[in-house]
Design a binder for this molecule. Structure first.
Ligand SMILES: [Zn+2]
Length: 353
């Protein structure tokens, strides 16, 4: 894989930021559950950034009353900017674009969740919130060729999606920036692996309930941290996705929150929403932990020996990954879909009058 050249200025900027310490990236720790207010909390996970290997330690707490899992202490705005930087664009752009492109098999079932709720023509228009480059929209068009697919997201990926012709209308920024423009406009609004990234998921649900017209739908897919796989894989489990995931909602909490807002769940998919690949992800995270990409600008300049080690590891890694992919997609994934323990769920809800 070719990586973009890192300018010395970028590296210098990161090094200067890191030297100032990372504790300033966090809000004060809280002692009550942001979902139900209970003070009966327990630590669920302690981890580091196993995806990019930026510095920092992250904790997830679980509420013993409602099972909500949340980052605690939570990153502040400055921290979110620091850890998201160069993940979806910039230095990480090529890699993440490739990851999304390799996940085509995920997009079809997400598009088909509305099947049976519209005529053969499908929905007239669809807004995908947290759309990234628009990989989902691009694939969903094959299922619903008469549907307009628009996208909303932060960062530069959205503009690339528009250039590629994958997205029709784009809304750069946050959903709050576009409330008037999207109100009563869409047959379907989707949020695939979006709610776990936001600072207050209930606020985003409020906005969706506000902007959907009566009879329109919202489709939400999030990771399921209640899965036994989270215990089996420990901190190497991909759905923890630290430090990006702020809140991990249990299915009953999401269903209740939707109903409270007049959003009636009409289809719930659990086993069929499982995302295979966690074994391969764990291997990639572990190898990154042992030997991160030497060009990463947040790392101090690597020594020749460190570069050699990285090269040697990634010479054999593809062969190892071939085997883990096989195990993931032939055995583990299908077993989970059959026996339960899915790492994600998907809910389609209709706005009622
Ligand atoms: Zn709670």
């Amino acid at each position: 894989m070719t990586m973009p050249q890192v300018s010395e200025a970028e590296r210098a900027r990161y090094q200067e930021e890191i030297q100032r310490g990372w504790s300033r990236f966090f809000e004060p720790r809280r002692y009550d559950c942001p979902w139900c207010g209970s003070t009966d909390l327990t630590q669920r996970l302690r981890t580091t950034d196993i995806m990019q290997r930026k510095p920092g330690v992250f904790y997830l707490d679980r509420c013993k009353t409602c099972n909500h899992i949340f980052q605690n202490p939570r990153l502040n705005i400055e921290g979110l900017e620091f850890y998201y930087r160069d993940f979806y664009d910039g230095f990480g752009r090529e890699f993440i674009d490739g990851v999304f492109a390799s996940q085509g098999w995920l997009y079809e079932p997400r598009a088909k969740i509305v099947e049976g709720f519209f005529g053969p023509e499908g929905p007239k228009n669809w807004l995908d919130v947290g759309t990234g480059y628009g990989h989902f929209a691009n694939d969903a068009r094959k299922i619903w060729p008469n549907t307009t697919f628009d996208g909303l997201d932060m960062g530069s990926s959205l503009f690339t999606g528009k250039e590629r012709g994958w997205l029709d209308t784009i809304y750069p920024g946050e959903i709050d920036d576009h409330v008037e423009a999207i109100r009563h406009r869409y047959d379907v609004i989707s949020m695939h692996h979006y709610l776990e990234h936001v600072r207050d998921p209930r606020h985003d649900l409020d906005v969706v309930a506000d902007v959907l017209r009566e009879g329109a739908y919202v489709s939400i897919e999030v990771p399921d941290a209640q899965s036994w796989l989270g215990k089996a894989f420990g901190r190497w489990w991909a759905p923890w996705y630290q430090p990006q995931h702020q809140h991990m909602l249990p299915l009953p909490n999401l269903l209740a929150a939707l109903k409270e807002r007049g959003l009636n769940p009409v289809r719930v998919q659990h086993r069929e929403a499982h995302i295979a690949g966690e074994l391969s992800c764990a291997v990639i995270f572990f190898l990154t932990h042992v030997s991160p990409n030497p060009d990463s600008p947040w790392l101090p300049e690597r020594t020749p020996a460190q570069r050699k080690l990285h090269e040697a590891i990634w010479k054999v890694a593809p062969k190892v990954l071939q085997q883990t992919f096989k195990a993931d997609f032939k055995y583990l994934g299908p077993a989970v879909m059959r026996f339960g323990g899915s790492n994600a769920f998907r809910v389609l809800a209709r706005k009622e009058g």
